[in-house]
Every structure is written in C-alpha cells, then in structure tokens.
Unconditional design. Structure first.
Lengths: 241, 199
C-alpha cells in the first residue's frame, strides 16, 4: 500500500546528502531502525522505487525523515536530493523491517557502529532513546571519511552534551584540525577501546557498506560478542567505494 | 492513480529486458544479511535433511561434492528492489538431493549456519527450480555471498536463497522462517510482487 508524503522541509547534511522531512497523514507509526520504500513516477507512468532508512524517531505528528545520499549514477537519489522541493508529494510504502530495530523497552547497553551514511537508521535509534523514557546506555562508533561528511553533526553534539549517547569518531580520509589521532579504519584496538565490552552483553547494531559491516561484525565476534547480539544492515556494492 | 513526480523521467532499462514489477537492474552484487558472516570450515561442513526428530540423510563436504553438479545461468531478484541478470552458478540440484529421501511432507524449512531459516514449499524446490550452489561466476562462492554453499531458488525473492545453508527440515505445514517472521511475505513471488507480509 502506497501512502502519500508531503515534503515539509529539506536540509543538506553534507555536500552530497539531504534530509527530507515529510508529513504522512495516514502514517501508522514506526520503530527506530526500520526503512521505507520511496516511489517516483514519470508522466508516462514509468516508475522507480528505492529503499531508504528512516532517520526520525517514532513521533505522534506522523512526521517522517529520511536522509538520502546522492549516488553519482543513481536513478532516484539525484531526484530526491536535487530536484525535489518543499510542497512536492512522494509515494511512501512502509514501515518495513522487524529485526534491525531498537525499542525503548530494551534496557541493555547499546553499541551502534556506523560506516558513512549507515548512520541514518542508528540516528533514529539515538533520537528514539532521547525522546523516550529510557536510560539504556548508548555508545556510537562512527566511521566517516572526514569532518565535513558527518551527518547530524550539531544534533549529535547536543545529544552527547545531554548524556544521551557517547560518541567516538574514526576519520578514514582526513582528520579535523587539532584532532589528536591519525586517519584510521576500524580495527581491533578501536573496538577494544571505544565500544562496550562483550562482558556487558550489549546489543550491537552495525550499518554501512558491505565491506565495512563485514569487518566490524567480524571484529565484534572476535572480541567475544555473540553472533545473536550483533544485528547488521548492509548496503551498497560489495567492493569498497 | 500514482502521484506524478514533477520533472522525473527516470533511467529506463534496456529495451526487451523483462523485470518483475518494482525492480531495477544492478551490475553489482549487493549483500543483505541479518548478522555477522559465519565462518564454516569445509571439514566441519555438513548438509542434513531431517524430519525434525530424525535425520533422513546427511552429507559431509566430500560426499556432497561427489554428487553430480549442474551449471546454470539465471536472473536473481532481491526484495530490496535490485535484480541481477544472467548470473552463472554451479551447484547440486535439489532434485538430486531430494531423490535420496522419502517423505510425505509438503513444506521445507531451510536452515543455515548462523541460525537463519526460510520456508519454501517442497514443490518449489523440485522440478529443476532449486540448487545448493557452491560456485558463482566460476569462482568458489565467497563467504559474504553464502559460501561454502547457499540455496538458490531464483524464481522466488532472493532472501529465500538461504546463505550458508546447512540443511532442510521437512514439515507437514508451512510456517514462517526468519525474514517471514520479520515482515516479509510467506511465499515471495517477485512476479506477483509479494514483498511484505499482508500483501
């Protein structure tokens, strides 16, 4: 069943990623971590649909946010990030997915690990944690190209100040000025120093490109986390981009 | 009536390519898994067909690889909307495997290393429609794509083609497997666009 979403706001997260805020009047509600299908239709009836993770927390206003990274050879993402304007309507199906989700009744420690735009469904979890009555201890390890490629930068800083989440950044291509560490890819040392230990039995959510998720989830397994406590969401081509 | 997207023309697929509704062609091979990739050494690998309580047939890697194999080329369709055309595989036909067991059950619960399950009617595993595949494009199947061996049921959405397959439990009634319990369709025919439960 396709629902109609009305574009209420557009916000550039980075040079290549834009957040769309939609009102979906008959939205049935969602859980943090789920995704939606978005469908575009040309005047002659040709249509194309893609899946996008939901960035917004569950909310009573039937507001839905997705953050779309523009793929250079994409069919739908260039339209959503460059042509769409406030007031346009989009067709939405969902919410979809019942496994890669965080619910406020989960009290155990939560370890989030994001690679690039894999932050999006994890941001929904952090926002859900912030808006719900929850004291679940959240940590985020966010691997990202450079400072300018960080999504939700100011909001994440505020959420850190409020004690909602503890964040460690791993910059893979360039570090900010005065950053004490070199560029790095997630490795066993980082997992040991910047994530909840396996002894606390955290639920781990790992999202990013396939090679990133393969590496991070393998490192978690090696450091003692049980496979059942590691939930993954992979996207993009199998080769490193 | 769908809503027309102002200014959208889209990137049309090549003429003559038959795709299920709502799919687009990719040349990559994306990966969808719920958890870490399990490491399955070949000397510990086994494939078991059971009835629940009793084992009907068991193969280790060597006896499995002694079975006759087939090479085949097929299109695959993922519920996340990508389709990959003309993929080539090598594997053992489920017709060969199921010929070694005798059962009146009509449904299969396919089991994987890592705990994943998916349900498929037995009829859909027969008549040259399904394989346990171990080579992709001439190479040993990589772990992230399901190696050492995965089920391949290409006429259904690709989540039915369970990675790291370790066996099949024959059951009298159809019950949802892993993704089917998490919002996806019980059967999953891409040509009828059976993506999500309740459709």
């Amino acid at each position: 069943m396709w629902r109609v979403g009305i574009v209420r706001a557009l916000h550039d997260e980075t040079a290549s990623a834009r957040t769309l805020t939609l009102d979906v009047p008959d939205w049935p509600g969602h859980v943090a971590g789920q995704h939606v299908d978005v469908r575009l239709t040309a005047p002659d009836g040709y249509s194309a649909a893609r899946s996008y993770s939901i960035a917004s927390e569950p909310n009573p206003e039937k507001r839905l946010e997705i953050t779309v990274e523009r793929l250079p050879d994409g069919e739908v993402s260039p339209y959503l990030t460059q042509q769409l304007i406030v007031g346009d309507q989009l067709e939405i199906r969902g919410p979809i997915g019942g496994w890669f989700v965080w619910r406020p009744e989960q009290a155990e420690p939560i370890q989030l690990i994001a690679g690039g735009s894999g932050i999006v469904p994890l941001m929904a979890m952090i926002r859900s944690r912030a808006s719900a009555v929850s004291s679940a201890p959240f940590r985020l390890l966010y691997s990202v190209r450079e400072h300018g490629a960080v999504f939700y930068r100011e909001e994440l800083r505020r959420l850190t100040d409020r004690g909602v989440v503890h964040i460690t950044y791993a910059f893979t291509r360039a570090v900010p000025q005065d950053w004490p560490l070199p560029t790095v890819r997630i490795n066993a040392d980082i997992i040991a120093n910047a994530t909840w230990p396996a002894t606390l039995s955290p639920t781990c959510y790992v999202c990013g490109p396939t090679s990133f998720v393969e590496n991070a989830s393998r490192l978690l397994t090696v450091s003692g986390h049980r496979a059942q406590e590691i939930r993954t969401e992979r996207f993009g081509p199998t080769r490193d981009r | 009536m769908p809503i027309i997207s102002r200014g959208f023309s889209g990137r049309r697929g090549a003429e003559g390519v038959q795709l299920p509704p709502g799919q687009y062609v990719t040349t990559d091979f994306p990966v969808l898994s719920a958890g870490p990739t399990p490491n399955v050494p070949l000397d510990q690998w086994e494939f078991v067909i059971d009835h629940g309580a009793s084992v009907l047939k068991r193969w280790n890697w060597k006896s499995f690889r002694d079975l006759p194999t087939e090479r085949f080329t097929t299109d695959i369709h993922c519920v996340t909307r990508w389709s990959k055309l003309g993929t080539s595989w090598e594997g053992v036909s489920l017709d060969t495997i199921l010929a070694e067991v005798d059962s009146a059950d009509r449904y299969a619960m396919v089991r994987s290393y890592g705990g994943y399950t998916t349900n498929v009617p037995l009829e859909d595993l027969k008549s040259h429609q399904a394989w346990v595949a171990f080579r992709f494009e001439g190479q040993d199947l990589e772990p992230e794509h399901g190696g050492p061996a995965r089920l391949l049921v290409p006429h259904l959405y690709f989540w039915k083609s369970a990675k790291w397959v370790r066996g099949i439990t024959l059951v009298p009634q159809d019950k949802p497997g892993y993704w089917e319990s998490n919002g996806y369709h019980l059967y999953g025919d891409p040509w009828r666009e059976q993506r999500y439960s309740g459709e």
